[in-house]
Write a protein that binds this ligand. Sequence first.
Ligand code: SAM
Length: 239
Amino acid sequence: MQRYFGRIVDKHAILDDGDQYHLVKVMRARQGDQIEVVNEGKLFLCTISSLKPLNIVTTAQIKENNELKNDVVLIASLLKGDKMDLVLQKATELGAEEIVLLQSERSIAKIRNLDRDFKLERFNRIVKEAAEQSKRTRLPLLYRVIKFNELPEVEADIKLMAYEGEQGSSASFLNALKEIKPGQRIAILIGPEGGFSFDEVSEAKDYGYKTVSLGRRILRAETASFYALSVLASHLERK
Ligand code: SAM
């Protein structure tokens, strides 16, 4: 069943224009069809009561929670091209509650003011579609692009920096996960294609980040995000 993030007003579901088009033209919905609508973390079963004009009524609220037990924030350095799209999509599927884009020293990709709004709007669409496809009951927040010295704005109880200079196995990462307590918010910081500079590593440590290894191999930046979030999600959902 198709899921959308929309608004619920007086037992009616309101979808944005893009979702209305998708429902009627792409999914060729018919009167009487049912869809799911998520509004502020609550999931509703809805029925299309009419197509012209489109009218969707709520029929039941469904108790479902597909979210991770702890809030996870992925701080991802900007990456070129569709790698950034992939990171946003996979981070959403893997349960990130917030995604922060970081303009780090060696980020090849740059988001200039003139195209920032357009890019962020496209990134938000990727996150929304991934949240609907993966049956999330919360839409991850895509925070604005920050500079390295704005890292303290990202609140977290446990701050981990995936640093390829950290020698050895991923034991340091796995041990850090064992320290996680219920309700704690975890931030994972991933570098760009060119990696973190030494200054960035020491600055992150000043902000309370612990450097961890993701294993003995050097992963591409996008792989590092997928790996770190997958291990974290499976750790949080192990029981
Ligand atoms: N310095 C790397 C190199 O020698 O190719 C380039 C950085 S790597 C492609 C991109 C990012 O992924 C790193 O900044 C780090 O955040 C993460 N990463 C990749 N492999 C890692 C590992 N084995 N341990 C910790 N972080 C890793």
